[in-house]
Design a protein around this ligand. Structure first.
Ligand code: FAD
Ligand code: SF4
Length: 499
């Protein structure tokens, strides 16, 4: 009797999850195309296209490896499973442990046997054991343990170069006049891509953002090309310009690998080995390789671990009682005169991507300073980014971006005024606003709202020793009353799309 693997769309890997121990002789692969899933939320066009097309390409790979693949279109996942079981009365259904809590719950309800999730370098139980042994969940401590456990960039018991974290050598602003950033490769549409795009046009679905333009590969071969490109062109300067926001490059030296890592087309282990191999050949600064390794074995694993550690309900946290509706500028960049926000929302609309600093220090910083209700912002981020999944969006938005969890993850909120964006980006010169001004018509909204935020949230943050400098600065402001009035105008203008 053949077993049936229910293939989950973010587990597209023959050597991982439920397919790892399978062979065409003993396994049938089942895919359920659920109408409810498509209709459940608005989608960035490139996000839904990537998911559907990568799945179709993977099914071709499975068929050519000899697997029988059965695809059922159904009103929802439960209906699809029932249809399959009605036709295959004795079938045993197996799936890889899902990456999201709600999906895990659903598959348990349907009585599907789950195989442990091996799409990460750290098992859920190992992370839990680490978390239970800690007073606070500091990423840096987790990362050091990962370096030792995985024996990466180690010299005996010590980190190579003597320091665990070389971030102080990174964080350079974009150099003036620089224009030779790596240009991400564009991928040609194949017949499967064409067919998927035409099929999606016939479905009941709400779409947003630009049409697929070849920015994202839909195959493992394309994902591997992107890894090769990054190792050859991006890795050396990755560290130094990790936080830079030039206006003439949306990708800077970033790897652009999350869309593939997060659906199983690439594994973190192969990404790390490619980077380490290049470093060992020479020519890669230690600060760059260390910074990149930290992102993959540290941040990515830590975020996944915290998602399962905090569990159900965390995604609804709202400890700062933020209650403002999502600002219209997130859907439409013409609803703001802020050059940084407008440009970045334009980038996101163009390809469903912005690197870490625009996500954190521009888009999320604005939502936090303006008091946008966390689930409204979380939904927008999830509907929009090509690499978005609950396990990664929820902790990044709720814990890191919006500090909505009362500091369970981060000891202080990531808030900044216009001076940070002006230093790390190249947007302010072409802006209607002035990052140095906090009051008046041309005051930078970030700068005004930053001081207003600190004042509004004295009760939460005044005694936080990591924010002493910030409150010291607030105490020295002579125009706080005027600034508070301006902040109200800014908040009204953001809500009606005139700021
Ligand atoms: P690079 O800058 O090249 O970094 C290398 C790798 O490090 C990434 O591919 C990623 O796998 C890993 N990484 C680094 N930081 C994180 C992190 N905080 N969480 C998880 N992985 C990390 N990442 C997603 O994969 N999906 C998301 O939906 C997502 N949403 C985010 C929302 C907010 C508010 C913030 C602040 C961050 C979010 N991130 C998310 C993390 C990070 O911004 C992206 O992983 C990164 O920008 C993806 O681009 P890249 O592959 O070019 O990464
Ligand atoms: Fe952004 Fe303010 Fe600079 Fe304008 S002045 S680009 S709003 S930081």
């Amino acid at each position: 009797m053949k077993r049936t693997v229910l293939l989950l769309p973010d587990q597209l890997n023959l050597h991982r999850g439920a397919l790892a121990d399978s062979s065409p002789a003993d396994t049938t692969v089942l895919v359920i195309d659920s109408d409810r899933y498509l209709a459940s939320r608005p989608w960035h066009r490139q996000r839904i296209f990537l998911f559907y097309s990568a799945l179709e390409h993977f099914l071709v790979e499975l068929r050519s490896a000899g697997y029988q693949v059965i695809k059922i279109r159904a009103a929802n996942m439960a209906d699809g499973i029932t249809q399959y079981r009605n036709q295959h009365l004795t079938a045993e259904l197996i799936a890889g442990e899902p990456n999201s809590i709600s999906q895990q719950y659903a598959l348990n309800q349907y009585g599907i046997k789950l195989v442990p999730n091996d799409f990460f370098l750290t098992s859920r139980s190992d992370f839990q054991a680490w978390a239970n042994s800690q007073k606070s969940l500091k990423m840096e401590n987790f990362y050091r343990q990962q370096r030792v456990r995985l024996n990466l960039l180690m010299s005996g018991d010590e980190p190579v170069g003597g320091k665990w974290n070389l971030d102080h050598e990174n964080r350079l602003p974009p150099p003036k006049g620089k224009s030779d950033y790596p240009k991400p490769r564009q991928y040609e549409f194949d017949e499967i891509d064409e067919a998927v795009w035409q099929e999606l046009a016939t479905r009941e679905i709400t779409l947003w953002g630009d049409e697929p333009d070849g920015s994202w590969a839909t195959t493992r071969a394309g994902a591997l090309q992107r890894l090769t490109d990054f190792i050859a062109q991006g890795l050396a300067d990755f560290g130094a310009y990790e936080d830079a926001m030039p206006q003439n490059s949306w990708s800077v030296y970033h790897s652009l690998l999350t869309p593939y890592l997060n659906i199983g087309l690439l594994t973190p282990a192969e990404v790390i080995s490619a980077a380490i191999e290049k470093y060992e050949q020479g020519g890669i600064p230690l600060a760059s390789i260390e910074g990149f390794v930290r992102q993959i074995i540290g941040w990515r694993e830590y975020i996944n671990g915290t998602y399962w550690h905090f569990g159900t309900g965390y995604e609804k946290s709202n400890n700062l009682n933020a209650d403002r509706k999502l600002l219209p500028l997130y859907w439409d960049e013409s609803k703001t005169k802020m050059n940084c926000v407008g440009s970045i929302v334009g980038d996101v609309k163009a390809r469903g991507y912005a690197h870490h600093i625009p996500r954190l220090m521009v888009l999320s910083n604005l939502a936090l300073l303006a008091g946008v209700e966390p689930t409204e912002y979380l939904d927008w981020m999830t509907n929009t980014f090509v690499d978005a999944f609950d396990w990664v969006m929820v902790p990044n938005v709720i814990g890191m971006g919006l500090h909505a969890d009362g500091g369970k993850m981060m000891t202080k909120p990531y808030v900044a005024g216009g001076s940070y964006i002006s230093k790390m980006g190249q947007y302010c010169n072409g802006c209607f606003y002035d990052p140095k001004l906090r009051v008046g018509e041309t005051a930078c909204p970030f700068t005004t709202l930053y001081w207003d935020f600190l004042d509004r949230h004295r009760a939460e943050f005044f005694n936080n020793h990591r924010m002493r400098q910030q409150y010291f600065g607030l105490a020295k402001l002579s125009d706080l009353a005027e600034l508070k009035l301006r902040a109200q105008q800014v908040l009204t203008g953001l809500a009606n799309g005139t700021i």
